[in-house]
Ligand binder design. Sequence first.
Ligand code: SF4
Length: 88
Amino acid sequence: MTTISWWDQAACKGLTSLFFFERGDMTTARQAKQVCSTCPVRRACLDDAIVWGDDHGVWGGMTERERRVEIRRRGGRTPRSPRERRCA
Ligand code: SF4
């Protein structure tokens, strides 16, 4: 049986170097966020990054700093189950 995950639909497949960059490299961050803006699974990606605590690079269209703000906006909570996740 083959499992299809949201990653299979990721707009950044093959572009990983664009998403991991030196801290403060906002030019590359903006390029990565541009790819995210077209991604059909942005919401699932963001939720996973928050759940797993990915703290570097762009995930779900947000930088590390923007994800920290998003976590606070959510009241410090993370999604409880994959069912709560929706694709953007
Ligand atoms: S939202 Fe961005 S980082 Fe996440 S899968 Fe899509 S393109 Fe990749």
